[in-house]
Design a protein around this ligand. Structure first.
Ligand code: GLN
Length: 545
């Protein structure tokens, strides 16, 4: 039977619970255990798919087409275990299921209540598909004390009791703030937070204390005394130089051995951390650096491009260089001022236009494609960035001056258009033009066939790939001939030949547009081939200028 590790947070949000969960899972994996990490989100949205990236950061998409919390991206990057729909649940999804069942009469006249119906659904979610696992880590979103998280804490309490002592533990992540005026770290918020969760029946077994200064022994002892845990179970967590240094840092503080101790397991050997040591070595001692300009919309909030940011770092790891990302607001390029574009893009060794929705900034992105093409700067267009590369090609090289995307309104030349029907493994998928927004895109993993002798074929070293999608619009194949005459080669197509997946310019140093999101599958120990190749092209470019 799988053992359960529940992770809660207290005092403030943004303590890095997700990173802690991902790091702990990686450490357990390094000891040979099979792990899976799950996220419970207490908010009422059914999934984060319709939430603004400003509110919630990026929407992470799984192979099976779920739109999930960005923490699942960390989980996958740290463990290599592909996340699934069943790894993320929200209160909204749970209530939706329960209310649908109630309407069907499935509860046979019973009063439907938080306990037992909601808590049972939460427990069932935690326990589903765990047969082949040693450890299931369940992270509870939000902060203890939030009204929405109460049913989740109650479900943990029940589950700990049901699976028995020794089969479930909980870790509470808190903040130990430094008060400069007193010159001291303060443990009181941690004491209060632990008291609050203990009052709900969940006594933490391990307490992880985020702090800006090393935690003195005296304070560690105080937390242990007041919070009812051994001193060794109080784990200090200082800020790390890189998120990929976090597993090693937690190991150094004894997190993984303390977790095993809480389960009554005596480890037989030390974990194999060579993978993480190699990554940190490459990150801390780069042999050069490159600057990549990312022309996007949510440039003020890096969580909106979390996976992209990480995939670029991975490309740097592959090439032993530091990647400096210059976040550029596409709207800066909307005016007719070419000087503005040059000022921002000339210092870049490569340009990337990431995924986006809506017309805001689109003309600025098209101008960035033009700049990259004309100046022979490596260009990587992801999803929206590929669509804009096609619009630019149509306008500037195929003479279709009014080329546009129907996403921006009616157009006489829909080089990019809405698709309302496509084939997936589940059969024919259909969408109404004015249907619901949630969960109605082409989502999840789809295969693509790559053309022989193509740039992408050699980058992947394969002629068939599978990548994750999240979009409504597609490049319109009726324009294929015109675009190809303009030098844009359709080098990746859906296996039935109907949907363009990749375009490239063989006459350019590095120009690739992809309809999918390769950043979602990149890992520090397995950088995505497209990002590794793109950064290699940036390195080449940096030697030219
Ligand atoms: N807005 C575009 C579409 O829906 C692109 C989406 C994206 O970049 N993820 O097709």
């Amino acid at each position: 039977m799988a053992r359960y590790i529940f992770i809660t947070g207290g005092v403030v949000s943004s303590l890095g619970k997700g990173l802690m969960a991902a790091s702990l899972a990686a450490l357990l994996q390094a000891r040979g255990y099979r792990v899976r990490i799950r996220k419970f989100d207490p908010y009422l949205n059914v999934d984060p798919g319709t939430m603004s990236p400003y509110q919630h950061g990026e929407v992470y998409v799984t192979d099976d087409g779920a739109e999930t919390d960005l923490d699942l991206g960390h989980y996958e990057r740290f463990t290599g275990v592909s996340a699934r729909q069943s790894d993320n649940v929200t209160s909204g999804r749970i209530y939706k299921t329960i209310i649908e069942r109630e309407r069907r009469g499935d509860y046979l006249g019973a009063t439907v209540q938080v306990i037992p119906h909601v808590t049972d659904a939460i427990k069932a979610f935690a326990r589903a598909e765990t047969d082949d696992l040693d450890f299931v880590l369940c992270e509870i979103g939000g902060t203890v004390g939030d009204i929405e998280s109460l049913p989740f804490i109650e479900a943990i309490r029940q589950l700990k009791n049901e699976v028995g002592r020794g089969n479930a533990i909980s870790i509470h992540v808190t903040l130990v703030p430094y008060i400069a005026a007193a010159g001291e770290l303060k443990t009181k918020p941690t004491q209060h937070s632990v008291r609050e969760i203990a009052a709900l029946g969940v006594q933490p077994d391990v307490i992880v204390c985020r702090c800006e200064q090393p935690l003195p022994e005296s304070e560690r002892a105080k937390i242990a005394l007041f919070c009812n845990v051994p001193e060794s179970a109080v784990i200090p967590a200082l800020d790390a130089k890189s998120i990929y240094a976090v597993p090693l840092q937690y190991h150094g503080e004894g997190l993984d051995s303390e977790v095993l101790r809480a389960f009554g397991i005596t480890p037989s050997s030390a974990p194999d951390l060579s993978r993480w040591e190699e990554i940190v070595e490459r990150l801390m001692h780069p042999e050069g650096e490159v600057t990549v300009g990312v022309v996007g919309k949510y440039v003020g909030l890096q969580d909106a491009y979390k996976s992209l940011n990480e995939a670029l770092v991975h490309g740097g790891i592959a090439n032993r260089v530091k990647v400096n990302i210059r976040w550029i607001d596409a709207e800066l390029f909307e005016g007719d001022d070419d000087g503005e574009i040059a000022a921002h893009l000339e210092p870049c060794h490569a340009i990337l236009v990431p995924g986006a929705f809506g017309s805001r900034g689109a003309e600025g992105k098209i101008a960035s494609v033009r700049f990259a093409r004309e100046h022979n700067v490596p260009y990587f267009g992801i999803c929206f960035g590929m669509q804009m590369a096609c619009v630019e090609g149509a306008r500037d090289l195929a003479g279709i001056t009014t080329a546009s995307s129907t996403e921006f309104g009616p157009t006489p030349e829909p080089v990019v258009g809405l698709i309302t029907e496509w084939m997936s493994e589940r059969g024919l998928e259909q969408r109404a033009e004015n249907g619901d927004l949630g969960g109605t895109m082409r989502l999840g993993a789809y295969p693509a066939a790559l053309a022989g002798n193509s740039v992408v074929g050699s980058i992947y070293g394969s002629d068939s790939i599978s990548e994750r999608h999240r979009h409504r619009y597609e490049v319109n194949t009726s324009y294929r001939e015109a675009l190809e005459k303009g030098g844009l080669v359709f080098s990746g197509m859906s296996p039935d030949g109907t949907l363009p997946e990749i375009v490239e310019r063989p006459d350019h140093p590095w120009f690739v547009g992809v309809q999918f999101h390769p950043e979602l599958k990149s890992k520090p120990f397995e950088p995505h081939p497209l990002f590794a190749s793109f950064i290699a092209a940036a390195v080449k470019q940096s030697r030219l200028v």
